[in-house]
Design a binder for this molecule. Structure first.
Ligand SMILES: [Zn+2]
Length: 570
């Protein structure tokens, strides 16, 4: 039993904005204070501190073949940030591609308790889960890559949405995934043919299906299955000047799908991830400029859209994405080493080391775009803090982003260090908005919980929520950018499922988080018909047999299965 007394609580889902509310914890859950015997409970005195729900990261590459390739590919990165083992925790290392154990510790030290790995190739799902098992403390989930899948493309092309839904249901069950992830829909399949798709209506070789048809089709299937999260989309032509029109087009694609009518009150229907990389104007790197204002205006007028920032952090990092052609473009720009992989996995992937240089006009404007998105989108429930770790920067820099969002002065001093063209090619210098702690709690916790449809137990501190709590040594009446960054970098306490796992910025206890995955059930006859078809696909084209494909339960020891009744699909 725990009692957190006298802290300033920021809990947007319960509309608590800095009030002093005592939080009572019993058996891993938040409970009414009357259920706790104060004489038996351990009391945390949070005087002059802030209390928030545990942080949630909706998009961070922490596990599986891409990050693991990065660890092997960049031994120089692995020699930085060495952390020795203690009697409690294991050793680890790495700055942009940290090893699994320190990934869990570092997130917990920042007060985060739930992470989403956003790029799980179906054929390598086991590997993703094994590494998530080695990521301590935090709850986790993984998004299954399905935007360039052959079977999906064929079903949608033929208009067989019910069979496609049955296939997606089976895939999510087989890979123990949480949602439908799309990366450069259709474009990565085209990459296998040494090509890419130019826009939303450019057909994919052989399959003759367009990105727009794939996005609309999978959004429709997503709604048919009532999956908790929406489609999670990395847009086409990501990272390319002028791509903002494709991003707006991607949002528009689902306008006429039967999305909102099926979702009804559930407003979130498409999530565009690391939107900074998708908000570019100009038609070359010479006239490259921010179009964050256009994207933000669209988001402000369309409550069904959510995004995460993909905020650039000046400095060195490692880029990694399932978007094979994008990594080829990056490699062509900086001529650093390059991995191209995964094309045989019905997805693709690449890695390139990258330096976001303060002297570069392009990188400077990229820095501005992420912040502009967060500052121009009015409702913080529609925009979440991310760096697309490690693509735009490592997750350990989140506290710095918080200080930029909360302080115009902090942004100004960063802007002084960047290329002078930044203010001409973006609006960042003209924006006065400063986030308050309530809004920070929304973009780092509450918003993600709603978008993932986990807000019954996550992202808030009301009765029955999981007792995942972060306490920061930060007095809201005395805020400076330095104090903000320092406090959010090292939580005074992180509590996971009711247990104190971090104290004064140090890991003091190791727990194993839960793995969330969805298991939709469709009509049995429909599933049988679908299975008959894909058995043939497996026999003809796959290097694993079908019984070997699904991830066995032993790979998901702390499984938290979410059953969904979709048997009305027949
Ligand atoms: Zn990503």
């Amino acid at each position: 039993m725990l009692l957190i007394n006298n802290g300033y609580v920021y809990d947007p889902l319960n509309k608590i904005d800095g009030e002093k509310v005592d939080i009572a914890i019993k058996d891993g859950k938040i409970v009414e204070e009357s259920q706790i015997n104060p004489l038996e409970a351990k009391v945390i005195d949070a005087t002059n501190m802030i209390v928030m729900p545990g942080g949630i990261d909706v998009h961070t590459h922490i596990s599986g073949y891409a990050i693991n390739a990065g660890r092997r590919f960049r031994p120089e990165d692995g020699r930085r940030w060495l952390e020795p083992h203690t009697s409690i925790r294991r050793s680890g290392a790495g700055y942009s591609v940290p090893s699994t154990f320190v990934t869990g510790y570092r997130y917990a030290i920042m007060g985060y308790t739930m992470l989403c790995e956003p790029a799980m190739p179906p054929l390598l799902a086991r590997h993703t889960h094994e590494e998530l098992n080695d990521t301590p403390i935090v709850d986790t989930t993984a998004f299954t890559l399905l935007g360039n899948n052959w079977t999906v493309a064929q079903y949608i092309k033929r208009g067989e949405y019910e069979r496609c839904a049955a296939f997606i249901a089976w895939m999510l069950r087989a890979t123990k995934g949480y949602c439908i992830k799309m990366v450069n829909p259709g474009g990565v399949e085209a990459w296998a043919w040494r090509s890419n798709v130019k826009d939303l209506n450019d057909p994919v070789p052989y399959f003759d299906i367009t990105p727009a048809e794939l996005i609309r089709g999978l959004a429709t299937v997503n709604e048919m299955l009532k999956l908790p999260h929406s489609i999670h989309v990395h847009t086409n032509q990501l990272g390319v000047p002028g791509n903002f029109e494709i991003t707006i087009g991607s949002f528009d694609t689902i306008k006429d799908a039967k999305v909102s009518s099926i979702r009804g009150e559930r407003k979130q229907s498409i999530h565009v991830t690391h939107a900074q990389f998708s908000a570019y104007g100009g038609d070359s790197w010479n006239n490259f400029e921010s179009k964050a204002d256009v994207i933000a205006k669209y988001v402000n007028n369309h409550p069904y859209v959510t995004i995460d920032m993909g905020q650039v952090i000046p400095g060195e990092t490692t880029t990694m994405t399932a978007d094979g052609p994008l990594e080829y473009n990056l490699h062509s720009l900086n001529n650093l080493k390059w991995i191209n992989q995964g094309i045989e996995l019905e997805t693709g992937g690449g890695l390139v080391p990258f330096i976001y240089s303060r002297a570069s006009p392009v990188n400077s404007v990229q820095w501005a775009i992420g912040l502009e998105l967060a500052l121009l989108i009015e409702d913080p429930f529609q925009v979440y803090l991310s760096t697309d770790h490690p693509n735009a920067g490592p997750f350990i820099r989140y506290p710095r982003i918080i200080s930029w969002l909360m302080s115009k002065q902090s942004r100004e001093s960063q802007l002084q260090k960047l290329h002078k063209r930044t203010s001409k090619r973006s609006l960042i210098g003209t924006i006065d908005r400063e986030y308050n702690l309530y809004e920070i709690a929304t973009i780092t916790r509450a918003g993600q919980a709603v978008a993932l449809e986990m807000s019954d137990t996550k992202g808030h501190l009301g009765v029955n929520a999981d007792a995942d709590v972060a306490i920061y040594d930060l007095d809201p009446n005395n805020l400076t950018p330095q104090k903000i960054e320092k406090a959010f970098s090292h939580a005074a306490y992180t509590i996971k499922d009711g247990e104190i796992v971090v104290k004064d910025g140090e890991v003091v206890s190791i727990t194993q988080g839960k793995r969330f995955w969805v298991n939709p059930q469709v009509d049995e006859d429909l599933e049988r018909m679908m299975l008959r078809e894909i058995r043939r696909t497996f026999a003809l084209f796959y290097t694993v047999t079908m019984p070997n494909f699904p991830v066995q339960e032993m790979y998901v020891p702390s499984s938290n299965e979410i059953k969904i009744d979709a048997t009305y699909i027949s």
